[in-house]
Design a protein around this ligand. Structure first.
Ligand code: DX5
Ligand code: ZN
Length: 228
């Protein structure tokens, strides 16, 4: 898929509900429900029980999600040695594939590998990781994901201390004339989305805030409107 440069004036909020908060027993229907509610992307959290203290799903389940989904899958790998898995996740249906800078020793190579495999490459930073680690890979990234919780679980409290980092990343992208999208993940809801938008994010992962309410369409509309 292609994107255009998200200048401050042309930025459009994109809402990426996290399937981590879906009812797994009804996963196909949850995918359809969240798409009907207005999701732009489907965020898929892959955890290996090593990089993060939790375990979720792998390629076969993602392939099934892909069969039902009409929106792109935004796959967030919270796994060690992600380079060993890139092709399998792209084959399973990842349109965007994001690796943690803390987990990838040869990050530059991994990002090229993702693009070559056919997905949009992205890098994700833990709340404690400084943005300087991006300097030499920024031009390879379709998107940058800033964690606003420590990864591993849904429903955690937003860490506002990462907002200056989002601002600095957005400024660097603009200064370098890049098209990289800034995404934020963790604790995003009606009370927090505006601060992340103001800092420069335009792609918003939301788990509990969207799946945890009866009217998901109203909630997605509310999140979008909060950025207006
Ligand atoms: C956390 C995951 C998030 C999580 C967000 O490790 O990366 O995507 O599902 O959930 P909420 O929006 O509930 O904080
Ligand atoms: Zn995530």
């Amino acid at each position: 898929m292609s994107t255009h440069t998200p200048t401050a004036e042309s930025r459009v909020p994109m809402i990426a509900p996290s399937l981590l908060s879906a009812d797994f027993l009804r996963l196909g229907d949850e995918v359809s429900s969240i798409e009907a509610a207005g999701a732009d992307l489907l965020h898929v959290d892959v955890m290996d029980g090593h990089f993060v203290p939790n375990l979720t799903f792998g390629p076969p389940i993602i392939a099934k999600i892909r069969e039902r989904a009409t929106r792109p899958l935004d796959v967030h790998l919270m796994i060690e040695t992600p380079e060993r898995w890139v092709e399998r996740y792209v084959e399973a249906g990842a349109a965007w594939l994001t690796v943690h800078v803390e987990a990838s020793v040869h990050l530059h190579r991994t990002l090229e590998q993702i693009r070559q495999a056919g997905a949009e490459p992205g890098v994700v930073l833990n709340p404690s990781t400084p943005e300087g680690t991006l300097d030499y890979v920024l031009d390879l990234c379709h998107h940058l994901l800033v964690m606003s919780v420590n990864p591993g679980f849904g429903g955690q409290r937003f860490i506002g201390g990462v907002l200056p980092k989002v601002e600095r990343i957005a400024e660097t992208i603009a200064r370098r004339g890049l098209a990289t999208l800034v995404e934020i993940d963790g604790g995003i809801g009606p009370q927090t989305i505006r601060s992340a938008w103001d800092a420069g994010a335009s792609v918003f992962v939301a788990g509990q805030a969207v799946f945890g309410v009866p009217d998901r369409a109203a909630r997605i509309a509310e999140l979008r409107a909060a950025c207006g």
